[in-house]
Structures are given as structure tokens and as C-alpha cells.
Ligand binder design. Structure first.
Ligand SMILES: [Mg+2]
Length: 168
């Protein structure tokens, strides 16, 4: 299965009280690779990478090579990093902000229910909130659902108006 992760507020959290993995970046790489990795990501990624292809899908313009090196420092090899440039090259500036299905991604992990809503017919987005300490287990659960051809669980924060529109 091909699984992609968002960066901001999913793998990289800067909010007050955010808990991060201890840095594994060698001191001489730190001028270039300095972003924190969310606590729980090392265990989760090292587990998933054994059976699945791990990608990153971000609307930021971070350099794909730097992102790949950053995760490599934590023992996770990523297949591909899609940043905003690569997304626009594939789909232009119109349409959904992220289109995991268009890249053959089976499950995308993001903090945004908006991304979930854009892709709701593909049922391939798992939403985990930045302050959720159990986020990694929720991703594991979503991976298990998609592996059984079931949709991942609903986002915890879909606004009531969308629930009442029958989106969920
Ligand atoms: Mg995000």
C-alpha cells in the first residue's frame, strides 16, 4: 500500500506543548535539517515502511530532497515527496489542494478535514489532529481499515454543517 503523510501539523508540529522525537540528525547536518519530528512518528514509520511505501504530500514548498534526508535521519525511507510545486506540475492550480488518488496513494494522513472533504469520494484520507497523543494508533487503525478495503475512520472534527449535508 502507498501511504502519504502531510507535514505541517501532522509530522511537524510547532504549537505550544508539541511533543517531538529526540533529534537524530547529525550535528553537521543540522544547519540544513532542523525541523522537529512529532513524537510517535519514528515507531510508526519504521513499522509501516516494512510493508508499505511511504510518501510525503505537503502543500509547502520544502525541498523534496531535504524532506527525504530529514526522514532518513530517523530511519524512514520515503518513496517520493510531493510538495506544492510537484502538485501544481501534475494538476495545475485549480482543483483540490491535494489529490492523493491522482498519485496512486491509497491512504493519506493529514490534520485537515478540508483535505478529507475534498477527497471524500475516494475515501482515502485519515485525519489526525495535532494535539492528539494517540495519533499514531489512529493511523495504524486507518491502515488496517484500508487494507481490508474499508474507508478510514471519519475525521474527529468535521463541522456539524457537513455532517448534516450527509457527507459523513
Ligand atoms: Mg497540515
Amino acid at each position: 500500500m502507498r501511504i502519504s503523510f502531510d507535514l505541517d501539523d501532522t509530522l511537524i508540529c510547532y504549537h505550544a506543548g508539541a511533543r517531538n522525537e529526540p533529534s537524530r540528525v547529525r550535528w553537521w547536518l543540522r544547519p540544513w535539517i532542523y525541523e522537529p519530528l512529532r513524537l510517535g512518528a519514528v515507531g510508526l514509520l519504521s513499522e509501516l515502511v516494512k510493508e508499505h511505501e511511504i510518501w510525503v504530500y505537503t502543500t509547502s514548498y520544502r525541498s523534496p530532497r531535504t524532506v527525504a534526508w530529514w526522514l532518513w535521519c530517523y530511519g524512514a525511507r520515503v518513496g517520493r515527496v510531493i510538495n506544492q510545486d510537484r502538485h501544481e506540475r501534475a494538476f495545475g492550480r485549480r482543483g483540490p489542494s491535494k489529490n492523493p488518488g491522482g498519485f496512486g496513494i491509497h491512504l493519506h494522513v493529514d490534520d485537515s478535514w478540508g483535505v478529507w472533504a475534498e477527497n471524500r469520494f475516494d475515501r482515502n484520507v485519515c485525519v489526525v489532529l495535532p494535539d492528539d497523543p494517540d495519533w499514531a494508533d489512529k493511523v495504524r487503525e486507518a491502515v488496517a481499515c484500508v487494507a481490508r478495503c474499508k474507508p478510514p475512520p471519519l475525521p474527529p472534527d468535521v463541522p456539524e454543517e457537513y455532517r448534516s449535508r450527509g457527507w459523513v
